[in-house]
Design a protein around this ligand. Structure first.
Ligand code: NAD
Length: 462
């Protein structure tokens, strides 16, 4: 159905032709009926189920994801998002009445959600199914057409996604354009009606600059250094287990992974012991040999991560396997706050451990870096939890857990400032892909004279 795989046209012309086709199709009005949107969401659900084995296989190939991880962090999340949209899209798409003030007596007010039109979704390699398809669910639910540009680094998954979309939708409605950054550069010259980008803050800036040239609205889902705080009153064993779960899912290559650990001095030795216990319970005494332990996406990232091992003292782990691109779960102590490992987003299985004594000290360390995408607090004290939530700006997070806030379509998912602009999931995704049109319907039955020039109204009420 979809003809994007190969073309004889030069890249720029090819991309222009896709956008022209999609804009033309959008103008037919087909994508706007809620029935049509629901049909397409059902088609996509069927396709994801049909392609599940192929997607699983591709994720294993690209990132050594186990079936459990591939389902719980990618395919299952897309299916859940589809069910939620199918159940609720009618309600989301309905115009909403709004109150009308007395000054507008006789009028009524409505807010009408309207699709943006032709949209572009650019995604990263780390959750290549989830982070490409969840925005597409929102875009379809909101009545748009979509051009998808998955990451060239998740080669097998990108290919599987392209095949799935080609079999499911005509290209004038939803299509995949494969390729490297140069393809994004060409896409970003096109007059899209909305850009949805997931990736690094550095590329986020490029996307926003391109959008600024044409004043295209954007949603940017970026990254950053997400702290994990374990306070002295936390349940230590459980905190360790959940921290390790969050850090080692996809070998730490998760935008919301705990990037570094801030632990209260009093409990540090016990927490580190429990972390090691949890790592070995999940991946054995030699995690690097474990079949289900993720691998680093490519050699460039593998080298980048190995470089961080110089920035501190390895107190656990530190084993590497270049042939398999694996790095064992590693705890680093004695890291300087201005070292690279504490400035860059780590995006791998290396966890710097920093101790603190006072909450002021803790806050000062977090403020060394830009507003993070996520933050995790392990503590049984509501006052402590409240203080951190009030005083630290961050995208979203969990109390006494990691990652799980991303797995619900009832919470908005997004960053703030350098970690992102806008949010999505569930109705928030529908909103991200919609413009909310304000309509004031005035009565023609009465016409108050005081609004007009020289009515003398101001002198009456003063
Ligand atoms: P990236 O920014 O390098 O690439 C993302 C996409 O942008 C890819 O499709 C790539 O082809 C394209 N791209 C690369 N260079 C480009 C350029 N110069 N112009 C236009 N497009 C370009 O990110 P990545 O390495 O794939 O992913 C890792 C980053 O993404 C991390 O910073 C991580 O935190 C972030 N991330 C964020 C989320 C989130 O939901 N907030 C999720 C996953 C990853």
């Amino acid at each position: 159905m979809n003809d994007t795989a190969k073309t004889s046209l030069p890249l720029a012309e090819y991309i222009e032709s896709i956008v022209i086709k999609q804009k033309r199709y959008y103008l037919t009005g087909q994508t706007r009926s809620v029935e049509f949107r629901r049909e397409q969401l059902s088609r996509l659900r069927g396709a994801v189920k049909r392609f599940e084995p192929m997607l699983m296989e591709a994720l294993k190939q690209d990132l050594n994801k186990s079936e459990l991880e591939a389902y719980t962090t990618e395919i299952g999340i897309v299916l859940e998002e589809l069910s939620s949209a199918l159940r609720r899209v009618r309600r989301w798409a309905k115009p909403k009445r709004a109150p009308t003030p007395m000054t507008h007596l006789g009028a009524s007010s409505r807010i009408v959600p309207e699709p943006y039109g032709t949209t572009l979704v650019i995604g990263p390699w780390n959750y290549p199914v989830n982070l490409m398809l969840v925005p597409v669910v929102s875009a379809i639910a909101a009545g748009n057409t979509v051009v998808m540009k998955p990451s060239e680094l998740a080669t097998a998954t990108t290919r599987a996604l392209a095949e799935m979309i080609r079999e499911t939708f005509p290209p004038e409605y939803v299509t995949v354009v494969e390729g490297e950054a140069s393809v994004s550069t060409e896409l970003l010259k096109q007059p899209f009606d909305h850009l949805f980008f997931t990736g690094s803050p550095a590329v986020g800036r490029i996307v926003m600059e391109a959008a600024a040239k044409q004043l295209i609205p954007v949603t940017l889902e970026l990254g950053g250094k997400s702290p994990c705080i374990v306070h002295k009153d936390a349940g230590i064993a459980l905190a360790a287990k959940r921290l390790v779960f969050g850090k080692l899912t996809n070998a730490g290559q998760t935008c919301v992974a705990p990037d570094y650990l801030l632990v209260h001095k009093e409990i540090k030795p016990r927490l580190l012991q429990e972390i090691v216990r949890a790592v070995e319970a999940f991946y054995g005494k030699e995690p690097i040999r474990d079949e289900d332990y993720g691998r680093i996406v490519n050699e460039r990232h593998y080298r980048r991560l190995i470089g961080y091992l110089e920035d501190g003292r390895i107190v656990y782990g530190g084993q590497t396997d270049e042939a398999k691109l694996k790095i064992s779960p590693t705890l680093l102590e004695g890291v300087a706050l201005d070292s690279k490992v504490m400035r860059d987003e780590i995006f791998g299985p290396i966890l710097p451990v920093i101790e603190y004594e006072t909450t002021e000290e803790l806050l000062a360390i977090i403020r060394e870096n830009p507003k993070p995408l996520a933050l995790y607090i392990f503590s049984e004290s509501s006052a402590f939890q409240r203080r951190i939530i009030q005083e630290v700006p961050f995208g979203g997070g969990c109390i006494n857990d990691t990652l799980m806030h991303v797995g619900t379509s009832r919470l908005p998912f997004g960053g703030v400032g350098p970690s992102g602009i806008g949010s999505y999931h569930g109705e928030f995704g529908f909103k991200a892909f919609s413009h909310y049109k304000s309509i004031l319907k005035q009565t023609s039955l009465i016409d108050f004279p005081f609004r007009y020039p020289k009515s003398g109204w101001l002198s009456v009420i003063r």
